[in-house]
Design a protein. Structure first.
Length: 158
């Protein structure tokens, strides 16, 4: 199985727009079309495609944003695996790849994300990767989780 993270371009934008989440996940995340529009409007967002054997199987969006208490916070803002490829271990696989990708890009000491408290499947995944709730809520009422990046995380390479 060959997997990779690819930038979004005019050549794969339609593949990203075609990705879908399962019906019971509706409301937990915006559509990929909404995410891509948001990234066009705010260049701090970096959307990427998640590929397995040259097939688009997922989508993620991340970026660095100013924060009043720190210089900036790096966020994993969106993350999804297409419903056709869920329950195959790809969520864990790509989360690992994505975390390394983001940590290498920003050399950050913390990584943030937010999640609806009813999204139990996502919360369990994030906890497996060391994310913990920090007591904050984002502007949409989602609970904020943070991962402290260790030297091990920063030195791991693929």
């Amino acid at each position: 199985m060959f997997t990779e993270i690819r930038d979004i371009t005019v050549f794969n934008k339609e593949e990203m727009a075609a990705l879908r989440i399962a019906d019971d996940q509706e409301g937990f995340i915006e559509s990929t079309q909404q995410c891509l529009q948001e990234a066009e409007n705010d260049r701090r967002f970096i959307p990427v495609g998640l590929y397995m054997n040259d097939i688009a199987v997922g989508f993620a969006m991340y970026g660095a944003f100013p924060h009043e208490e720190e210089q900036q916070r790096v966020w994993l803002d969106r993350y999804l695996i297409d419903e056709r490829y869920q329950h195959q271990g790809l969520g864990k696989h790509f989360m690992h790849l994505l975390l390394q990708h983001i940590i290498n890009r920003y050399n950050c000491s913390q990584l943030f994300l937010s999640v609806y408290e009813t999204n139990e499947v996502a919360i369990q995944l994030y906890k497996k990767f060391g994310f913990v709730f920090n007591g904050e809520l984002d502007e949409n009422g989602e609970k904020v989780m943070v991962k402290e990046i260790s030297r091990h995380d920063n030195n791991e390479s693929h």
